[in-house]
Design a protein around this ligand. Structure first.
Ligand SMILES: [Fe+2]
Length: 387
């Protein structure tokens, strides 16, 4: 989505004859979203992308919410979530609603199949680990601190370096994820006041098309089920493509913080948005420089947001008892704010080294049974001023 790209060989005119060295036609595929009104790319395959040899019975793959929603502040010890499975089977959903779902994934093996999420864009924050995202449109290398965005409909495969631990925060969005409109001009270019620019976006590197016929399994997630399709040809047999639909990476460390004389509200940290939610990056930065400034945030009641923070690194100055990889959920309807003592303690501080990802949803979130298993049940009392 970030901007128009071309890779490999494509014909001068779309939807015209484009022939292989043996005289046969390449197989054109328009990969798009929102009917024919959203972004798209046009790819040219060596073989038809439709050649299904076998379909297996789907298997359930869905989120398990707790039965009773509850209005309460929560702290989930994400650091206690155990490693398991691969990039897909290792997903341990923590919370979600009809717009977005959040999972942690600490895979211990690589996938020997291909995967496509047919309903959700996936935005992955790489908390720990490194590797490559392989796709028909090229390879995106990723490392700690990267966000990797895979638009839905893109078949892909994660190759994760297994010689070091991995922890991924997976954000599944049931609407397209994009950069905030206010960061872009009418032509789509990122503006001077945007906290990142096109140079920060790492687009797919060109890879040679895979030619070998075989038996290639693609698992497609839709309707809470994984559908297994076996294809006659490798899904990455693309000789060229162009368009706006492709996976890319951008590092949280390339997000340039916006600071001010007094405390800046969360929208200055915004990096992405989807329908009914935003994703913000809290990065190391200088604190507010008014002579009487209070760097810690004020108490606030944001009735229309459930605020989720994933604590990646450093000490979060307004919170106590929070660990690395913790989540907090502060739902709309309950005021929240800095923990006792942290406001005074923040005065005079000049900078912070905190690193966190925030997901604010405009519809209430529900937690999963897995989240409940790592919940710190005393968190709601952590603002108590008397012992
Ligand atoms: Fe907040």
């Amino acid at each position: 989505m970030p901007f128009y790209l071309q890779r490999g060989n494509i014909p001068h005119k779309r939807h015209t004859q484009f022939r292989q060295p043996d005289g046969s036609l390449y197989y054109e595929e328009v990969i798009g979203a929102e009917g024919f009104s959203g972004i798209s790319s046009i790819a040219y395959h060596l073989h038809p992308p439709t050649a299904v040899a076998r379909v297996e019975k789907p298997t359930p793959f869905d989120i398990q919410y707790v039965e009773e929603p509850q209005l309460i502040h929560r702290h989930l010890r994400g650091g206690e979530v155990k490693s398991a499975g691969d990039w897909l089977t290792g997903r341990q959903y923590m919370m979600g609603n009809a717009d977005v779902r959040l999972a942690l994934c600490l895979p211990t093996e690589n996938m020997d199949y291909f995967y496509r999420n047919a309903l959700a864009d996936e935005l992955v924050f790489v908390h720990e680990g490194e590797g490559e995202l392989l796709s028909p449109l090229g390879t995106v290398k990723f490392t700690q601190g990267d966000y990797v965005h895979i638009p839905r409909t893109i078949t892909h495969q994660w190759h994760i370096a297994m010689n070091k631990p991995s922890r991924f925060l997976v954000i599944e969005s049931y609407s397209p994820i994009h950069f905030p409109k206010r960061y872009r001009n009418q032509f789509g270019q990122l503006l001077e006041h945007s906290p990142y620019c096109e140079r920060d976006i790492r687009t797919p590197e060109e890879t040679a098309p895979q030619q070998e016929p075989g038996n290639y399994e693609v698992k497609i997630l839709k309707h809470g089920q994984l559908h297994s399709f076996f294809y006659e040809f490798h899904p990455f047999d693309v000789v060229g493509w162009d368009g706006y639909m492709y996976p890319y990476a951008i590092s949280i460390h390339d997000f340039e913080p916006i600071t001010g004389r007094i405390h800046q509200p969360p929208p200055v940290h915004q990096m992405f948005e989807g329908h009914n939610f935003v994703v913000c990056s809290f990065v190391p930065r200088k604190f507010d420089y008014h002579p009487l400034s209070i760097p810690a945030p004020y108490n606030h009641s944001n009735i229309d947001s459930d605020e989720v923070l994933f604590y990646a690194e450093g000490n979060f100055m307004s919170r106590k008892g929070i660990e690395r990889a913790s989540f907090t959920i502060h739902p709309g309807g309950l005021p929240h704010g800095p923990h006792p003592g942290t406001v005074e303690a923040s005065i005079g501080k000049e900078e912070t080294h905190e690193l966190a990802v925030m997901v604010d949803t405009f519809k209430p979130l529900q937690i999963t049974r897995g989240a409940q298993a790592v919940e710190d049940k005393n968190y709601i009392y952590s603002w108590k001023t008397t012992r």
